[in-house]
Design a protein around this ligand. Structure first.
Ligand code: C5P
Length: 242
């Protein structure tokens, strides 16, 4: 049984202000001295259980910093088959993996957003350990902490939504290759892989994660991500003397 990572990175990052066609796509914005996407790829390439990491780029991507990324090692593979939506990019990436690896039906694929740079090896290993060999797969997620409001027109509260049992989905999301491809072909409109599996009647496992595994969506998220990454570097490793 093998584990692979698949990182869709074919978005334009329009909510970061990159829709004009002039700005650098979100995944390449500078963060703690590296392109944003470097951080997630670095964590995945450093996870011993992961045999190979596939990154899905838009076919016309000219900003991929190939030389800088080559330093992450031979386990990193580039697929230039991004689609119009995240789900299409993941679907194309799953097919591209078969072209490179051959049949990997029962092997595991961990899909991770390029825009979540604060992933670390421990989070990836926890997901793999807790999902085990459960065919429904699983995902990192956090229980909702805030009170939720349903917005009426004009920015006013229509009602308060009970938060009991609600979790925020993160990535990586981990599924068997064939099941995930079947699910995305059956439900191509989804915004995450777990939703596609749910549409097949499967119930992926929620694996409690860390709010630090944030998705960089708006410009201010970059500052928070930078703070998280730099504070990790600043903390010296624990010694045997405690
Ligand atoms: O835009 P958002 O932050 O939701 O995108 C999540 C992930 O999906 C990002 O890594 C982005 O690059 C990727 N994506 C993609 N293909 C698209 C749209 C988004 O690979 N067409």
């Amino acid at each position: 049984m093998s584990y692979y990572a698949l990182v869709p990175a074919a978005g334009s990052g329009s909510r970061m202000g990159a829709s004009s066609g002039r700005a650098l796509p979100k995944q390449y914005l500078p963060l703690a001295g590296k392109p944003l996407i470097w951080h997630a790829l670095s964590a995945l390439c450093a996870t011993p259980a992961i045999a190979a990491v596939f990154v899905v780029l838009a076919p016309d991507d000219v900003a991929w910093p190939g030389e800088e990324m080559a330093a992450l090692g031979e386990r990193l593979h580039v697929l230039r088959c991004g689609g119009e939506t995240r789900a299409e990019s993941v679907t194309n990436g799953l097919r591209g993996m078969v072209s490179e690896l051959g049949m990997i039906d029962d092997d595991w694929v961990l899909v991770h957003d390029a825009a979540r740079p604060c992933l670390d090896v421990a989070m990836v290993e926890r997901l793999i350990a807790e999902v085990g060999d459960d065919d429904a797969g699983g995902l990192l997620a956090v229980p909702v902490a805030d009170t939720l409001k349903l917005c009426e027109e004009h920015g006013r509260v229509r009602q308060t939504v009970p938060r009991d049992g609600l979790w925020q989905a993160q990535t990586p999301q981990m599924f068997r290759h064939r099941l995930l491809l079947d699910a995305l072909e059956f439900a191509p409109q989804v915004t995450d892989e777990a939703s596609a599996m749910e549409s097949l009647g499967l119930m992926p496992k929620l694996v409690a994660a860390d709010i630090g595994n944030l998705k960089v969506t708006y410009p201010q998220d970059l500052k928070l991500a930078e703070w998280i990454l730099r504070s990790r570097q600043a903390v010296p490793p624990a010694t045997a003397h405690g």
